[in-house]
Design a protein around this ligand. Sequence first.
Ligand SMILES: *Cc1c(COP(=O)(O)O)cnc(C)c1O
Length: 407
Amino acid sequence: MKSSRRSFFKKTALATTGLGILPIMVKPQSLSFNWDSDTMINPWIELSAKAYLNNAALIAKMAQGKPILAVLKNNAYGLGDVQVAKILDNSPYIHGFALVKDTRCIALREAGIKKPIVLMGDFSDSLGQKLLKEEITLSAFSKESCKKIAALPIDETRKVKVQLYVDTGLGRMGMPYDQPLDWIQTLTRNPQITITGLFSTLTSPIDFAKEQLKRFQLFKEQLAAMGVSVKNTHIAPSLSLLQLQESHLSMVRPGILLHGSFPQAVMSQAKAYPLQPTFRLRARIIRLERLKKGDTIGFSRFYEVKQEEWIATLPIGWADGYASSAENGAKVLIGSKLFTVVNVNASHCNVVIGEERQVAVGDIATLIGPDAPEITPEGFSHLIDGHNYLQINYKESLPKYVFDEFV
Ligand SMILES: *Cc1c(COP(=O)(O)O)cnc(C)c1O
């Protein structure tokens, strides 16, 4: 008994790291108590490899064939940076990955990711050597960071790849474009350092983005005059990628589009480019009770039962990253029907089932997924007046299961 249990877990652990379909982990919803393992009582995320690969191909089309530097910061917007990188490492449209945390760049390499990885942020001194060993491209984004990179003790056999990060108007990261370029010389003087790229980030208003592009071009010319010629340039997050063709430069750098959502609620490009939502957020019903008229749900007694009705409890709440504003009208799919969320607490939420007991404890509820327009990431955000980046709040602790495709 003990050993078979252990081998069961081993098998599932292996399966979740690859692209294999996981028939054992997620049973279709059923009306019985047929739960496979304790872990599945907790909410989880399912990812579709096919949807990610489809989206990468569509983004390449949007960018007229330019390669994609996939932004997987914030744990790939809450969906699992390692899992998403493993899928996209197989896409011919993806050049590489960009992240903002040193530890996550290393985690990707340790998970076997082969494509280039760019760290768009700072690094701890103690991780400097490790980053070089794992061939992570570093960013020079300030005078201090140039000094820090130049001071790294570099093995004679090693080349260090560095991209120059310039601020053209976002005002957040990068060397201000209009400052003297002496900071860069600290790097160019070192023969073991190779400058492999120049990048910046565009803001949303198109007029200002155009001005930023001019500043970027000027900066590039000044660099060239200094004897530093950089061919590889990138500046466009999803919105500029869609709205401003001249921002595509040598590569595009989207985040949200990869996961199947557009950066803004209503975008005219949505028809021409049928992106697919890449994930499902799911949990099982753990309690189902018939409440009486006048009963209330939640600490603030947020929802009052108007007539006798069945109320289901799902073990997921805002502490897991499910938006608390979902209680303002979001839907959940159970079986083939949509039900309304009426309460979201830290670790639970409640759904009105109605007068008929149409579901059972143990049934799987899909809170977000491609299965109905109301529960796609965009449909969900629309119902609760939110933006399209809400999944960024999903907790890292939510288990991820990767499928070849959703059926
Ligand atoms: C987040 C981010 C992106 C991607 O933004 P999306 O709007 O998700 O496409 C690109 N570049 C930088 C520097 C970022 O921080």
